[in-house]
Design a protein around this ligand. Structure first.
Ligand code: CP
Length: 302
């Protein structure tokens, strides 16, 4: 891997994405055999710098780094010197001065990791920047799909939910298209940005059209914290008219899987029955998350 940083999937070559997935699948096999003590980052240190809330991304990056022997420091905006007015670039320079090797950053502003990457020596990994990208989420989603179907090329992936505010939708779109999948999207029109069609997504007019013959049906969280006006009348009506349920899954292929990046609004994007059902790979996505983050840190360090 020649890259210093992982900032998004938009600028990656298909071969680079494939390399992350192959390495991630190896890591997942090791994790399933209880491989939690791998020495790849024994002499490295990583700072997890989160300016937004997180459960799975934050903890899986921390565990991934620790399973590979790195020293890990956690900083959240609430407890950092950002509260005293320190800039992002100065925060990065301070971490560089401590001989820190990785900065894994989540930030509410799109482009923040890109600015940091230009100004620090450490490898910067984007753990979600505003509504821009969430590259390791898309990599873990693709890893889960590849493990289940043995390939990405030729798959049909239907993504339903809050497309407008979703960095996960964009990173998945970039990655899946590069590896040869068809990506369909459906949401209330108020939650579908005009530019997403130009980026390669097939915009559908109904849930049924999106799900028809799909191998993967992925729900996306309604991001109420990023919505500054009503985009639909109520969560109950969203669930009834736009959510994914058993009836919609009847349109998908026989072996279709249900995915969601989490956190899920139970009963809104997906019914509880689907979340906990046999076709759901939502928990498996979480294990893929540790595996792919181990792969990313290892390959960047190389
Ligand atoms: N999928 C995801 O990014 O979840 P968290 O916000 O819990 O990290």
């Amino acid at each position: 891997m020649k890259r210093k940083d992982l900032l998004g999937l938009r600028g990656l070559e298909a071969e680079e994405i494939d390399l992350f997935l192959r390495e991630g699948l190896d890591m997942k096999r090791l994790l399933k055999q209880n491989g939690k003590s791998l020495p790849y980052l024994r002499d490295k240190s990583a700072t997890i710098l989160f300016y937004e809330n997180s459960t799975r991304t934050r903890s899986s990056f921390e565990l991934a780094a620790k399973y590979m022997g790195a020293k890990v420091v956690n900083i959240s905006a609430a407890s950092s010197s950002v509260q005293k007015g320190e800039t992002l670039v100065d925060t990065g320079k301070t971490l560089d001065a401590m001989k820190n090797d990785f900065i894994v950053m989540r930030h509410p502003m799109g482009g923040a990791p890109h600015l940091l990457a230009e100004t620090v020596k450490a490898h910067v990994v984007n753990a979600g920047d505003g509504m821009n990208e969430h590259p390791t989420q898309a990599l873990l989603d693709m890893l889960t799909m590849r493990e289940r179907f043995g390939k990405i090329e030729g798959l049909t992936v239907a993504i339903l939910g809050d497309i407008r505010h979703s960095r996960v939708a964009k990173s998945n779109l970039f990655g899946l298209k590069k590896l040869g999948a068809e990506v369909r999207m459906f949401a209330p029109r108020t939650l579908v940005p005009a530019e997403i069609g130009k980026m390669g997504a097939k915009i559908c007019d109904s849930r049924e059209e999106a799900a028809e013959g799909a191998d993967v049906v992925m729900g996306l969280r309604i991001q109420l914290e990023r919505q500054h006006g009503g985009n639909f009348p109520s969560l109950g009506e969203y669930a009834r008219f736009y959510g994914v349920n058993d009836e919609i899954m009847k349109y998908a292929s026989k072996n279709a899987i249900v995915m969601h990046p989490g956190p899920v609004n139970r009963g809104v994007e997906l019914t509880s029955g689907l979340i906990d059902g046999e076709s759901s790979l939502i928990e498996d996505q979480v294990l893929s998350g540790i595996a792919v983050r181990m792969a990313v840190l290892k390959l960047l360090a190389e």
